[in-house]
Design a protein around this ligand. Structure first.
Ligand code: ATP
Length: 374
């Protein structure tokens, strides 16, 4: 499949009087295939919007190169910069709201008017775009008379009216209530299927990224941490940051002593299946981090636990009854682990228990906190 979007060693620095030079994006590399729906996920200020704005052409690069549909559109080395209106993109930006003084038709027609298209073509294309976004009956309405969801659809209709190959969406659903967000997710997916756009969308909502994207990346402080499918990132997070950013995590610190692993403040030894490479790395550091998802831990009685090798012994500290599961805080040595189980498994605070962690991952306990075995 053809590569539709390529970013090579892209960096962006901003210089301000108060902060001096800030690196917003650092050495960013990415290839997105034609027709892919790709999510940028990361905490506030990590550089998602800046990257999207560089792809759109609203920001120049400090370094690197961007190609769209086989054409270089920004390159520091080649002194090349193609303006946004010539990049053939559809965009829905959070701040790129609909214009209140124009009716729905004129809002959607705007990009075609900029391109100086003939009126007959404008009528035809706007009609089509309104049909595909469920706004056929609202052409003469003004945005202020429409709901948040309908206004969001105007922005989508305006983005698809020029028939772009690439769509850039920056937090397109952030102003909508949870129910509407969910239905708009389906609508965006349906539009993508129909028109076969390549989509990049920016979000800080992990559920949205996982529900919508074919592949996604997690970034932090201007750098890409990991790229992959939602399942890959959730099941095999490359470091502690990605592990804790996607879904819920439980971490405990494990000390390495010879060939044994034990938990701080507890004399019990952990006999988990580990490979020699991991032990070697752990030995040089003295300890490792064990990471799990609270809903993958099996909570067992001490008797049940005796039959499972590598089980951790602990004490129930807290029990919280939630709608879909019961959550326990289990004390293991001086460490605490969160465990989520079906309601039918019942333990009380003070009970002794065993924890089986079949899907545990190991991380180095240093600044990088990278996974040791994936
Ligand atoms: P959010 O989710 O809050 O929108 P983000 O991940 O999109 O955040 P960016 O908006 O790309 O993050 O910002 C990345 C960094 O660059 C931040 O430290 C921000 O303050 C800085 N930054 C962005 N735009 C500018 C600018 N025009 N001038 C100076 N600094 C900027």
């Amino acid at each position: 499949m053809a590569k539709e979007i390529i970013l090579k060693n892209v960096s962006k620095q901003f210089t301000t009087k108060s902060l001096g030079t800030v690196t917003a994006v650092e050495n960013f590399n990415l290839e997105i295939e034609e027709g892919e729906c790709f999510a940028f996920l990361g905490p506030s200020g990590c550089g998602k919007t800046t990257t999207l704005r560089m792809i759109a052409g609203f920001e120049d690069l400090s370094d690197g190169e961007i190609s769209l549909s086989g054409r270089v559109v920004s390159s520091k080395e080649k002194h090349l910069y193609i303006p946004p209106e010539e990049r053939k993109l559809g965009m829905v930006f959070q701040a790129f709201a609909v214009w209140p003084h124009m009716n729905v038709f004129e809002n959607v027609a705007f990009p075609l008017r900029v391109q100086k298209r003939p009126q007959a073509e404008i009528n035809e294309r706007v009609k089509e775009a309104l049909k595909h976004t469920g706004l056929d009956g609202s052409a003469n309405e003004y945005p202020s008379n429409l709901s948040g969801g309908q206004q969001q659809r105007i922005a989508l209709a305006r983005a698809i009216v020029t028939n772009p190959k690439i769509m850039l969406l920056d937090e397109p659903l952030s102003n909508l209530d949870p129910q509407l967000r969910e239905s708009m997710r389906f609508e965006i997916k349906a539009l993508q299927k129909k028109f076969n756009f390549t989509i990049i969308f920016v979000t800080h909502d992990q559920a949205e990224a996982m529900a919508l994207s074919d592949r996604m990346l997690v970034m932090d402080m201007g750098k890409v941490e990991q790229i992959g499918t939602p399942t890959e990132l959730y099941n095999k997070p490359i470091n502690r940051f990605v592990h804790s950013f996607l879904g819920e995590s439980s971490f405990i610190k494990v000390n390495v002593a010879g060939n044994d692993l034990n938990v701080e403040g507890d004399r019990q030894l952990l006999h988990l299946p580990i490979d020699p490479l991991m032990l070697k790395k752990g030995q040089s550091k003295g300890h490792l981090l064990l990471a799990t998802r609270p809903n993958t831990i099996a909570l067992l009685s001490p008797e049940q636990g005796d039959a499972v090798s590598g089980c951790l012994h602990g004490t129930i500290e807290q029990r919280i009854f939630l709608t879909n599961f019961t959550e326990y805080i289990v004390k293991v040595g001086t460490e605490k682990l969160k465990v989520q189980t079906p309601h039918r498994i019942e333990f009380m605070p003070g009970d002794c228990c065993c924890l089986d962690l079949p899907q545990a991952m190991w991380y180095e306990d240093d600044d990088q906190q990278e996974a040791i075995r994936n």
